[in-house]
Design a binder for this molecule. Structure first.
Ligand code: HEM
Ligand code: HEM
Length: 177
């Protein structure tokens, strides 16, 4: 077994693209819009649906990961780095779920679901800035972006220093037992 299950590969890349889009484009654009902007509720609705889909797909990925055989841990050549890789992979899951949870926290605190989907006539608050979950959402977004950068660096280390074709493990192909 030298590759992840094809479903895990598809979900890894789908979720990665969706996360990068909301971290780099969608989220910051949303944060720049004033809550009084008539387009804000539409943008929020899109961001919430997109974010909840990421959460659902990440949960599905975690479930499939538990029930499929995984390749053995890719060796970095250093026991500490091997351990660090495992921590970093677990932290990627934790931070993505923390993004979704803090996003839900903002939405519930400001009753955004009722305003966006429930036909409530109430207006959005002047800003979300005094909601604790909003502060957490921004901090976790920065941490997640940094961890993804580290994750890509880890891949580059395998690819160019160890030259062990790590990418093949997260791609499709013949299974070699
Ligand atoms: C953007 C969000 C991303 C997330 C949340 C993410 C998450 C993960 C996780 C959790 C794993 C460990 C396998 C598992 O537990 O299922 C993994 C493996 C992997 N990722 Fe990502 N990833 C992301 C982006 C990327 C990018 C941009 C690259 C390109 C360099 C990449 C390349 C890989 C590779 C090659 C592996 C296999 C590592 C191994 O076999 O040990 N990932 N990713
Ligand atoms: C993994 C999923 C998600 C990612 C990557 C993400 C990303 C972001 C980013 C980068 C920002 C801007 C942060 C800043 O500039 O400080 C943001 C803002 C926001 N997000 Fe998310 N988000 C996700 C899920 C969600 C979910 C599920 C909800 C609600 C159900 C949500 C609701 C919001 C709200 C209300 C804002 C604040 C907009 C404002 O300040 O006006 N997010 N998001």
């Amino acid at each position: 077994m030298n590759r992840y299950h094809p479903l895990l590969v598809v979900l890894h890349w789908l979720v990665a693209i969706m996360i990068l889009i909301s971290l780099i484009v969608g989220g910051p654009m949303l944060a720049d819009m004033k809550n009084s902007d008539p387009q804000k509720i539409t943008a929020l609705t899109g961001h919430m649906i997109w974010g909840l889909c990421i959460g659902g797909l990440m949960l599905a990925r975690l479930a499939i990961r538990v029930f499929t055989r995984k390749p053995p841990l890719a060796d970095t050549g250093h026991p500490t780095l091997n351990f660090g890789t495992q921590v970093a992979h677990a932290a990627l899951y934790v931070l993505v779920f923390a993004m979704v949870a803090s996003g839900l926290g903002i939405a519930f605190s400001a009753d955004v679901f009722a305003i966006a989907f429930g036909g409530s006539d109430a207006a959005l608050p002047a800003s979300f800035n005094d909601i604790a979950a909003r502060t957490a959402h921004g901090i976790v977004a920065t941490l997640l972006l940094l961890l993804i950068a580290l994750h890509v660096l880890g891949w580059a280390y395998h690819q160019f220093v160890r030259q062990d074709r790590l990418m093949g493990r997260m791609w499709f192909g013949r299974k070699v037992e």
